[in-house]
Design a protein around this ligand. Structure first.
Ligand SMILES: Nc1ncnc2c1ncn2[C@@H]1O[C@H](COP(=O)(O)OP(=O)(O)OP(=O)(O)O)[C@@H](O)[C@H]1O
Length: 264
């Protein structure tokens, strides 16, 4: 399996706060990789650097063998990177289908002038975008809700819709930022099946930030653990679960988290 995404010696400082210090890891094609750590560990900062929200202070990010340090976010999407957000960012006053359609824009060639002119090529593009969006809604089990406004969907379905919109971009890598946050146990089980299907059926590589240890341990091939901006462990769920540094980091940040590692 070839390396699809690589972070090399990434550092990020926000004023005096060192959010990331010399963090390196790589993701191979077809893997589901976890990025975990206690609150403030630097997970979202790492995600934002990978997605191009802001640059690293130093270090490199490579995607598909190319250094992307200076590639803007929208071009990373075009290259094959899509993400969801910790706080859901849907267009709340439009339908589920229209939300997913918005995710197709990076490969659909539709532009406003040809649409107004009603050119046949654009009609064909629109038809393909709509067809693909419906397929993605079906994939995340929301086809019945295609005409429902995003804001009227239950929380778990809003998260699924966000995933469908990211999938509509036809990514090679999907970045999921705390997809299980706020979900009940039934929704979490469905999420695990969905993420496994994204890898198996759509052949998309996944990087996932998640606080829910059961979800992470069940899904991931390998896990990278951050604490206070540094990578303290990398390995299989089994390795990470038993690593004293990991247990210590979680214990240090919130008493009781150790139980979650030991039991799950
Ligand atoms: N834009 C910013 N400006 C200043 N400091 C920031 C900024 N973003 C993050 N930080 C700081 O960087 C550190 C890492 O934050 P980050 O959000 O990456 O952690 P996290 O692991 O995602 O935490 P959580 O699990 O709570 O979401 C924290 O100390 C945070 O306060």
């Amino acid at each position: 399996m070839s390396v699809i995404l690589r972070a090399e010696h990434v550092c990020k400082a926000f004023g005096g706060v060192k959010a990331l210090n010399d963090v390196s890891f790589e993701i191979r094609e077809g893997e589901i990789i976890g990025l975990i750590g206690p609150n403030g560990a630097g997970k979202t900062t790492m995600f934002n650097i990978i997605a191009g929200v802001y640059p690293a202070t130093s270090g490199n990010v490579e995607f598909l063998g190319k250094n992307i340090n200076t590639v803007p976010t929208h071009n990373r999407v075009k290259m094959g990177m899509a993400r969801t957000f910790q706080n859901i960012k849907l267009f709340s006053n439009v339908s589920a289908l229209e939300n997913v359609l918005a995710g197709c824009h990076n490969w659909s060639k539709s532009q406003w002038l040809p649409i107004i002119l009603g050119l046949p090529k654009i009609k064909e593009d629109e038809r393909r975008s709509r067809e693909y969006s419906l397929q993605m809604l079906e994939f995340v089990n929301l086809i019945e809700k295609k005409d429902v406004f995003a804001r009227n969907l239950p929380y778990g379905e809003q998260r699924s819709l966000e995933i469908a919109r990211a999938l509509a971009a036809k990514p090679k890598v999907l970045l999921l930022d705390e997809p299980a946050a706020g979900m009940n146990e039934v929704e979490k089980d469905a999420l695990q099946i969905l993420v496994a299907d994204i890898r198996e059926k759509l052949k998309i590589t996944v990087l996932i930030i998640e606080h829910d240890m059961k979800v992470i341990m069940n899904l991931c091939d390998r896990i990278n653990v951050l604490a206070q901006g540094e990578k303290i462990c990398e390995g299989s769920p089994q390795t990470v679960r038993q690593d004293p540094k990991v247990i210590e980091a979680y214990l240090g940040s919130a008493m009781g988290r150790r139980d979650r590692f030991v039991k799950n």
